[in-house]
Design a protein around this ligand. Structure first.
Ligand code: PDD
Length: 307
């Protein structure tokens, strides 16, 4: 495997970062995870845009412009002959003496890792996954805003540990005020039942998801889901929700770039079926992936189409 480190590709065994890197010492850095379908980086512009947003919020200068980042990603994919892959792009504060002052680090560390995408087990999509509402609260947006996709993941890791201890796959965190936020690596959606069917398609229920204001990462998958729900005539509510709202829901699912739309079969003691709205939106997401061409032309120049 070849890894892109700072200025170019190196064998994975040589892709090493100093123990004085502030990414290692303090979790001082940011990242993006992207998914590549048939040679095309899905939603590349949106990911790069969010990378710059995260960087600007921690006052980190990315040592490459947008075009250079995109071409470094495609160069890494090409060098590793990858067509269906994940890409992890990390920028840390870089090498510097011990101390929190970002100015101690002269040059950020820039890394792209790309590898074959290993699908999640099909049963996760067929039956749904188990989720808990964690005791660990999500970082306050006034402390470390979850909109910063940072290397500082301990908040999420503590919640993940709770999930594992309880035999669940994922954990959703409340914020300090007791409102639902998001999972450890995903956004959450649920459908409220007992609402009169909508005129279009007769689908009942309101699709609910915590608003950005609750302290979440505004996922790129989340945005696609909200747009396709609206295009399909579903009622949507982005807002503040409590534990009971999810317990009373008829369907629950989680979203992110690698999981796409993953159904949830259990939250704490409450069980759910993989419902029609989850199935509809999962199908719609797949269609978006199929129809997506952003950046595709760049890729097709460097990687031949499969024969
Ligand atoms: N995680 N919330 C959190 C805390 C996340 O870490 C992620 C993504 C999301 C969903 O964002 P998106 O739809 O843009 O992938 C929400 C990625 C996949 C990761 O950690 O690798």
């Amino acid at each position: 495997m070849l890894v892109y480190l700072n200025k170019g590709l190196v064998p994975a065994s040589d892709a090493k970062v100093s123990v004085f890197d502030h990414g290692f010492l303090y979790g001082d850095g940011i990242y993006e995870t992207m998914r590549v379908y048939d040679g095309v980086v899905f939603m590349l512009d949106e990911h790069v845009k969010r990378l710059y947003r995260s960087a600007s919020r921690i006052r980190l200068g990315i040592p490459k412009n947008i075009a250079e980042i995109k071409s470094a990603i495609y160069e890494t994919l090409k060098a590793n002959s990858l067509r269906n892959a994940y890409v992890r792009l990390t920028v840390s504060r870089g090498y510097g003496p011990i101390g929190l002052d970002p100015e101690l680090c002269k040059e950020p560390t820039f890394v792209i890792i790309a590898d074959e995408f290993r699908e999640y087990p099909e049963k996760y999509y067929k039956n749904g996954i188990k989720l808990i509402i964690a005791g660990t609260r999500r970082n306050l947006k006034e402390a470390v805003n979850p909109q910063i996709k940072s290397l500082n993941f301990l908040n999420n890791i503590l919640a993940k540990i709770e999930a594992k201890q309880k035999g669940a796959y994922e954990a959703v965190m409340l914020n300090a005020r007791g409102y639902l936020t998001e999972g450890t690596i995903c956004n959450i959606f649920f459908v409220t039942p007992h609402i009169p069917p909508l005129s279009r398609g007769g689908r009942g229920g309101v699709l609910c998801t915590p608003s950005v204001d609750c302290g979440i990462l505004d996922g790129i998958t989340r945005k696609i889901i909200l747009e396709s729900a609206a295009a399909n005539g579903l009622k949507i509510k982005e807002g503040k929700f409590k534990k009971d709202d999810i317990y009373n829901a008829s369907e629950v699912f989680i979203t992110n770039t690698t999981m796409e739309v993953m159904p949830v079969c259990k939250v704490d003691g409450k069980r759910y079926k993989v419902g029609p709205i989850t199935k509809l939106l999962r199908g719609e997401y797949k269609k978006q992936v199929m129809n997506y061409s952003g950046g595709g032309s760049v890729m097709r120049k460097v990687l031949p189409l499969p024969s």
